[in-house]
Design a protein around this ligand. Sequence first.
Ligand SMILES: [Zn+2]
Length: 354
Amino acid sequence: MFKSKLMKAAMSFALLGTLIAIPPISPVSAADASCPNGYVALTFDDGPTNNTNNILNALKQAGLRATMFNIGQNSQNNQSLVRAQVSAGMWIGNHSYTHPDMTKLNSSQMASEISRTQDTIRSITGSSPKLFRPPYGATNATLKSVISQNGLREVLWNVDSQDWNGASASQIVAAVNRMASGDVILMHDQYQTTLQAIPQIAQNLKNRGLCAGMISPSTGRAVAPDGGTTNPPAASVKVEAENMTKSGQYASNISSPFNGVALYANNDAVRTTTNFTSGTHSFALRAASSNANMARVELRIGGQTKGTFYYGGSSPAVYTLNNISHGTGNQVIELIVTADDGTWDAYLDYLEIS
Ligand SMILES: [Zn+2]
């Protein structure tokens, strides 16, 4: 962390606090020719459980991303599974801390269920959920107001897979077959039937020109994934840093020396998810140091460190890491500062994958 920038970051956070009414800016998503009929959202409630790794492996193998509405105490007790959810490219929502019928609680009990879960997931992943799903879909006006006071969006569902009610794998796939663009389906983390349905869910969506997307925190509907999620890089794919997901204490957008993101301190990071069909690519990052000191930005793919980008001064430059081996399917690509010694900040413009 470079000192004057710490002040600047602290000031912009103070300002943000007074402007809570401003909705998050929707990142521009690349049009995807394989999704002509739009996006639907797959959701898995009540995890993490001892079935989570199976669900994640099946989703990754099928090239699907989903929203996992985690129970706070399950997350606290299974932190590595929560990290595995993020590494697999899933989004994490808040499903209360102890899974009560929230409508039977008073407003301070409601707030506690929600905020304990926010704190737990943030401490594990570095980011706070933006979505809340009440257990059993049970909600009322008091709960809705507590949810919005916590900066969250309530998300129920349009289609119920009935996996919790003994539906077979084929009945779950039949429920997916009823989904149209924008719809959200309710499924659960812990059932073998749900796990068995995943390959056929992928096939059904593909047949109908639909893709699995994220849930918009502003509308609660399914939309294209953010962060420049792309299909396999054909020639090359460029992801603007400001369209990636930020995490860490100080990471924030900048408009000089380019539109991008500044990483001010260790663990400040941006990430995006890309679906790779082959396991070797080159990664070119345009970036700069805040001053004459050497700025260092680490490249991680699927949670593994793959190399370091170096920027020897304040003029923006492109530095390329060639022939990087990585996993296939959905992979989280992260640009993170880990070697900050207090003398520089890193400014990121874009990442180009080829
Ligand atoms: Zn539940």
